[in-house]
Design a protein around this ligand. Structure first.
Ligand SMILES: [Zn+2]
Length: 330
């Protein structure tokens, strides 16, 4: 039995038809975790859907009303890049409930993993890039609302920048100088502009992502690391280590929300980085170790993953559970 909970429901399945987003990945991860003995049935907890009140902690009443009544404009639906349906609304509300439950369990057990969620491209008033509502932000705001935490940090390692999350948690936001560089480490094309910083309020946002990729407009996170194309394991891990150390020197969160996207993988169809499956597991370990060393609870969401072979995406996500198991014992 794992010393932490995996949050999952068969109803995480996104009814979006034939799509680059492998909607069946959640069930495949669940089944693989059981089949390989990484987890057993009792390690899974089922979420309830988020309430509209929870969703309204982050999203505008107008937007929630449009989603609830099916009155998005054609343009708004196009921008979301997934076909609207009431069933899809239910799936996203359930994923957000899963992230809330993961946050709750993380505060008790040091770590918890939502086998879903990570919809970081959803803004307060609209959805984008396969994301309808921002479960990451909803979970954090709910924990704050319940007075369980005051300060949180997001560590977004999806290959795409966490634009919605950055806007939701934007602070006073004046970009300043580059991060202190790590001794002996140089990127192939060092450019101080690649690393942008801004002040944040009660939620400190870190995003490591490919610069030449969606979204074109990258609103400032507290720390953005704009990575060049084709970066490999070692360079990526150095940048992650650097960003985590810098962020945790400047900010003292009571909860880390780790967005463990599988799409920095070198075989990803929507990504242009060159991480290996092993490198992605080392990435997970690095985040978990940083959280554990400082005794900060960490909740995980899975976000994107569009490997040419869906099985690879499933492996990468299962490895995140493995990494948590190795670092947090059990
Ligand atoms: Zn992504």
């Amino acid at each position: 039995m794992l010393p932490f909970k995996l949050i999952y429901s068969d109803d995480y399945y996104l009814p979006i038809g034939a799509h680059v987003f492998p909607a069946e990945k959640y069930k495949r991860i669940h089944d693989r975790l059981l089949k390989t003995g990484i987890a057993e049935q009792s390690d899974f907890a089922s979420p309830l859907p988020a309430s509209d009140q929870d969703v309204l902690l982050v999203h505008t009443p107008q937007y929630v009303h449009k989603l609830r009544t099916g009155t998005l404009s054609a343009r708004e639906e196009l921008e979301m890049e997934v076909p609207y349906s009431p069933e899809l609304v239910r799936a996203f509300w359930l994923s957000a409930g899963g992230s809330i439950l993961a946050a709750d369990h993380a505060l008790k057990d040091h770590v918890a993993i939502n086998v879903g969620g990570g919809f970081h491209h959803a803004f307060p008033d609209h959805g984008e890039g396969f994301c309808m509502i921002n479960d990451i932000a909803i979970a954090i705001r709910r924990m704050q609302h319940d007075n369980k935490i005051t300060r949180a940090m997001t560590v977004d390692c999806d290959v795409h920048q966490g634009n919605g999350t950055a806007v939701i948690f934007a602070g006073a936001g004046i970009p300043s100088g580059p991060l202190p560089s790590r001794a002996g480490f140089e990127l192939a094309s060092p450019d101080p502009a690649r690393v942008r910083k801004a002040h944040a309020g009660d939620v400190f946002t870190i995003s490591l992502h490919q610069e030449n990729n969606y979204p074109a407009w990258k609103p400032p996170s507290s720390i953005d690391v704009d990575l060049p194309d084709e970066i490999g394991d070692d360079d990526y891990l150095h940048w992650l280590d650097n960003a985590l150390s810098s962020g945790l020197r400047r900010f003292d969160p009571e909860l880390i929300s780790y967005v463990a996207g599988a799409d920095p993988y070198r075989e990803d169809q929507l990504g242009g980085l060159s991480l290996t499956i092993e490198g992605l597991k080392r990435r997970d370990e690095l985040v978990f170790q940083a959280a554990k060393a400082r005794n900060i609870p960490v909740m995980v969401t899975f976000a994107g993953g569009y490997a040419r072979v869906v099985d690879d995406t499933v492996t990468i996500h299962c490895n995140t559970v493995m990494a948590a198991k190795e670092i947090f014992g059990g």
